[in-house]
Design a protein around this ligand. Structure first.
Ligand SMILES: [Mn+2]
Length: 286
């Protein structure tokens, strides 16, 4: 569904940008296959959404061809930044599909430049706050650290981090806050509390490993104890209703051939998020 045959680029309000980048990933898997697998699975989904009783695709969704991305992370980030900046200026709501989480840095740079008061909301099992990982400042393990150098970042769903990372959040000079998954599950932090202190304008980055590894094994570094399907939907609904989400990415899908269910989950999640953005937020919906 992510490209309806009768939708032209000029008429589409939502543009899907596949970013099959895989330079810095660790452990295993081909994260560069993620956007293609999400696109393929999207073709099998119903256009009608039974939850909202509406058809989100009516807005016009157009999927771009994957751009040529340089291998060097700094150059890739610059390329992603300029593509996304161009799309925002054309009044497109951009949905980026990774690929390695590093692509988020390019997207964040574009949004921060055009919306200086924007905050970054990251859903991720990992805090990704290392300054360097294996000597690389642009590893996927450093994404939120790079975001925190651009603006305020709230990282939600965390259940794995290093001592270096917790020490960084305890420093006073960096506008960075962690919300642990265990606290969300204990329900001693409801969603409205989690949104406290954030700007109205939000850029959202969703690393699929924030989901429980039982339903989302197709990631490079799976973590137990994450969001359920209805858990993440409930969370996203409140975020999208309460805040002005200006764009988002869904990253780190590393498809497992023998198990396509996570690819379908990712495609459906993206479509749900487009639907929520369109129908829950008034008057600033899509
Ligand atoms: Mn992660």
């Amino acid at each position: 569904m992510f490209t309806e045959k009768n939708v032209e680029f000029d008429k589409a309000r939502v543009v899907i940008l596949p970013l099959p980048y895989n330079k810095t990933g660790s452990y295993r898997g081909e994260v560069s296959d993620g956007p293609g697998a999400i696109f393929d699975a999207s073709q099998e989904l119903e256009l009608y959404d039974e939850e909202t009783d509406l058809t989100p695709a009516d807005i016009g969704i157009f999927t771009l061809s994957p751009p040529e991305l340089p291998v060097a992370p700094e150059l890739m980030i610059d390329r992603v930044y300029s593509i996304i900046k161009g799309l925002i200026k054309k009044n497109k709501f951009v949905v980026s599909l990774g690929g390695d989480h590093t692509v988020t840095i390019g997207a964040a740079k574009a949004y921060k430049e055009l919306y200086p008061n924007i905050d970054f909301f990251v859903l991720d099992a990992h805090s990704d706050l290392r300054n360097k990982y294996e000597g690389n400042k642009f590893s996927h393990a450093c994404t939120s650290r790079r975001l925190s150098e651009m603006g305020r970042v709230k990282i939600v769903g965390v259940r794995s981090m290093s001592k270096e990372e917790i020490d960084y959040t305890r420093g006073t000079s960096h506008p960075c806050e962690i919300v642990y998954m265990r606290d969300i599950l204990r329900e001693n932090r409801n969603m409205c509390n989690v949104l406290e202190g954030l700007s109205d304008n939000i850029y959202l980055s969703l690393d699929l490993d924030v989901l429980d590894s039982g339903i989302m094994p197709s990631v490079q570094t799976p973590q137990p104890g994450g969001f359920s399907w209805y858990g993440i939907l409930g969370f996203l609904k409140i975020l999208i209703r309460e805040k002005n989400v200006l764009g988002f990415d869904v990253v780190e899908l590393s498809p497992i051939q023998a198990n396509p269910a996570p690819d379908f989950l990712a495609a459906k999640l993206v479509y749900k998020m487009i639907g929520y953005k369109r129908f829950l937020k008034k008057p600033r919906n899509l």
